[in-house]
Design a protein around this ligand. Structure first.
Ligand code: URA
Length: 209
């Protein structure tokens, strides 16, 4: 069953609170999203496997633990997921980056993938899919469905703010995928915005509203 990890760290909670403030402008909002993504990447990578590597220090040769050649990929969901990409890459610079974009077909309301480019060796990679808001869960559910068709080795999903409705839907659709969120909020409102939330993450990142 999918595990839910809600971040407890005071730095993360403080920074997400600043992001929620409606008076926080795009520049600061972007910086905060970047910092929170870096802090979360530290938590999400806690289970990376280690191996013994011999290193020669200025004093002697000895064995030390290093990450054992695990191939990772980071996949932001367009467009707001881009706001978390650089923050994750700071800690995992060797990761390859994929992108996925979806839109809802106005008549059938079906999610259509309009862009998906993943690393060519995605079958050997563990993917971290990122998107700031897990609201209804529809986008995440569909994005992960499309990504799974490319057979990655594993998928984790990381968001900044989640609503219980979205978590429930995602876990029901993809019980094999663990979720990390910086904050777990109360509910969705009638317009599918997270309450208390932080508004439209894409608009706040890019100043488009
Ligand atoms: N997407 C957002 O950007 N914000 C919400 O509150 C819900 C979905």
């Amino acid at each position: 069953m999918s595990e839910l990890h809600v971040m407890e760290h005071p730095l993360i909670r403080h920074k997400v609170a600043l992001m929620r403030d409606k008076n926080t402008g795009p520049k600061e909002f972007r910086e905060l999203a970047d910092e929170v993504a870096t802090l979360m990447a530290y938590e999400v990578t806690r289970d990376l496997p280690l191996e013994d590597v011999e290193i020669e220090t200025p004093i002697t040769k000895a064995k030390f633990k290093m990450i054992s050649g695990k191939k990772m990929g980071i996949v932001p969901i367009l467009r707001a997921g881009l706001g978390m990409l650089d923050g994750v890459l700071k800690l995992i610079p060797a990761a390859r980056v994929g992108h996925i974009g979806l839109y809802r077909e106005p008549e059938t309301l079906e999610a259509v993938e309009y862009y998906c480019k993943l690393p060519t060796d995605v079958e050997e990679r563990d993917l971290l899919v990122v998107d700031p808001m897990l609201a209804t869960g529809n986008t995440a559910m569909e994005a992960i469905k499309f990504i799974k068709k490319r057979n990655p080795r594993s998928i984790k999903f990381m968001v900044l703010v989640a609503a219980p409705e979205g978590i429930k839907k995602l876990q029901a659709a993809h019980p094999d995928i663990d979720i990390w969120t910086a904050a777990l909020d109360e509910k969705l409102n009638d317009h599918a915005y997270i309450v208390p939330g932080l508004g439209d993450a894409g608009d706040r990142l890019y100043g488009t509203k």
